[in-house]
Design a protein around this ligand. Structure first.
Ligand SMILES: Cc1cc2nc3c(=O)[nH]c(=O)nc-3n(C[C@H](O)[C@H](O)[C@H](O)COP(=O)(O)OP(=O)(O)OC[C@H]3O[C@@H](n4cnc5c(N)ncnc54)[C@H](O)[C@@H]3O)c2cc1C
Length: 280
């Protein structure tokens, strides 16, 4: 049993059984075994969109973040394992003059988690670059063409489907490495200007149904800087909730509740969580 604190960017969480496969083959074997034993399991990537609760009894977590397999480039396509870190992939592709993913630079995530959540930043949605994915359906390996998956803003039909993503094939475009490095640099600067440092899970809430950013509503409700125990709403970006000082799940949950109540009271808007809670 290990603490899930070390497996999420929020650094909050109780203990449970964690498997950390080093290859796709090992991931496949672990999932097949868990399926065979009828165990309750959750596959995660870098845990950068996850808040861990306290009801973790009988849960097995399988993290893909330590799968280290070389991306396979063929002309303008690249096949990568689900556990691939997005930032090292973008740098590798830049060196090869392959463009498409660079505006996603700086997200602390695995490719698998980003595809499942259809991550996006600065005008690029990851789904626009996907060609196909390889998944484990129970114990069977299948290839799904992009057209077989539904994507919407920060969401896909892979979420909660029970499928385990093994690898992804992206279709890229040729561009001079210097131009790609320029876009990466610009992206780093934009991210630095907007987002706070510290332990967070990125945006806590989705945008309001009318499209207004949750951070703007939380800010206008006067909640920037609000603390609950060790959890704090960032002063720099009100949709970033920070684990400032050993925050517990309960600290974070109280802060979420206060933000929701504040926004509801002031604007009549029900904010919906973007971050996923496991083991609540
Ligand atoms: C500082 C910071 C900045 C961020 N900026 C952005 C941003 O600009 N844009 C954006 O879209 N998001 C952003 N995020 C949120 C987060 O990084 C994304 O949601 C990302 O897609 C999650 O990837 P992950 O590997 O951490 O997945 P996790 O958080 O570990 O998991 C996310 C979901 O994917 C599922 N999953 C993961 N891997 C697999 C797999 N192999 N098979 C099946 N299911 C799987 C999990 O079960 C879970 O449901 C940010 C987060 C942080 C901390």
């Amino acid at each position: 049993m290990v603490s899930l604190k070390d497996y999420t960017t929020l650094k909050i969480g109780g203990k449970c059984l964690v498997y950390e496969p080093k290859s796709c083959k090992e991931l496949e074997q672990i999932i097949c075994r868990l399926e065979g034993e009828n165990r309750r399991y959750k596959v995660i990537g870098n845990g950068s969109n996850i808040l861990v609760g306290t009801h973790l009894k009988d849960l097995v977590v399988v993290t893909t973040r330590s799968i280290k397999e070389r991306p396979v480039i063929h002309q303008t396509t690249v096949k990568v394992s689900a556990g691939q870190n997005i930032n090292s992939l973008i740098l590798l592709l830049a060196k090869s003059g392959l463009s498409g993913l660079e505006r996603l630079y700086g997200i602390p995530a695995t490719v698998g988690g980003m595809v499942v959540n259809n991550a996006s930043a600065f005008g690029t949605q990851i789904c626009s670059i996907i060609e196909s994915v390889q998944v484990l359906d129970g114990k069977k390996v299948k290839i799904l063409d992009k057209s077989q998956i539904e994507f919407s803003h920060h969401s896909s039909s892979l979420q909660g489907s029970g499928l385990t993503l093994l690898s992804v094939e992206f279709s890229l475009k040729r561009l001079a490495p210097s131009t790609i490095y320029g876009i990466i640099k610009e992206t780093i600067e934009k991210r630095k200007a907007k987002q706070p440092k510290g332990n967070s899970a990125g945006s806590m809430f989705k945008a309001a149904p009318d499209g207004r950013p949750a951070g703007l509503l939380i800010d206008m409700a006067g909640l920037k800087g609000l603390c609950e125990g060790g959890a704090k709403i960032s002063e720099k970006h009100a949709n970033f909730f920070l684990n400032q000082q050993n925050a517990t799940f309960y600290d974070m949950r109280r802060l979420i509740k206060k933000a929701k109540e504040g926004v509801k009271q002031k604007f009549g808007v029900d904010l919906e969580l973007e971050v996923e809670i496991i083991g609540e």
